[in-house]
Design a protein around this ligand. Sequence first.
Ligand code: SF4
Length: 329
Amino acid sequence: MSNRLEVRNVSKCFSRKSGMVERGAEFIGLKAPNPIVRALDDVSLSVAEGEVVGIVGESGCGKSTLGRVIAGLLQASEGSVLLRGKRLEDMSGKEAEDAGLKVQMIFQDPSSSLNPRQRVRDIIGAAPLHHGMTTVHELDDYVSQQMVRSGLDPSMANRFPHQFSGGQRQRIGIARALAVQPDVLICDESVAALDVSIQAQILNLFLDLREQLDLTYLFISHDLSVVEHISDRVVVMYLGRVVEEAPVGELFSNPNHPYTRALLQERPSLDLAQRQFSAIEGEIPSPLSPPSGCHFHPRCPMAMELCRVERPELRSLGLKHKSACHLND
Ligand code: SF4
């Protein structure tokens, strides 16, 4: 399988912009520059044609920032994003515009990502009309097609978002994304706000659409059960770095990295005999001053002296299984 999407050595730093007075104080040495948060730290990963890759980790691990960088909503501070082998920063004009449409993002809260004053017909139809994918004459049919595909009744196209349930609003978000004929969908906690039964329906819709439209997914979630259900491969992130990646069965049955093992242990089991609620020891450190060496060392029960000083490389452990831990050296 060739790669539809590739992320190469991407880092993303944030810092608060100083005002004029602060800049003056910094210039004459009266004030230290604002601290820099490294939300992504040299992240590389690839997603094959038609693959579903799950991204997991505690909140603050950088998974949403990664999704936004890939979708072009944030610019990487270092590194590149490639779509079908071509770097996005090397594209311009129509090619860059088309590439922007090919990667679409579906957010957690459908209510805040839909304009409450727009009718569903306009929410779904505005972008394809603007980009010449349909005409004014054919717009109603085009919107109906996207609504049917997303499991919505097209006779409701003239309603406003508040007239739909939470699950239906998420379907409107999906129809809006599909309307611009994407290749890659980035789902950022896209089912987290929904009831469990509705979650299952939306996950099945994602899987059906993958078959029908040859879609590739990056599925960002803190919910390991959801990720296990939908993914072919899973990437585990901790404080802006990838610490482990493996095919889904391998990761859940044979986790290597101590952080992955702790995450899986934290997951409550439906089997009462095995039910465990042991949270990972300690708080996730502040990304403003991440620990040296392996970021996980203050919480890792296996930490050694080397872990405090040297960053472990992401090394191959076998077929498509990689882990960043000194215990594998
Ligand atoms: Fe733990 Fe060291 Fe491995 Fe990090 S590198 S996960 S601290 S054993």
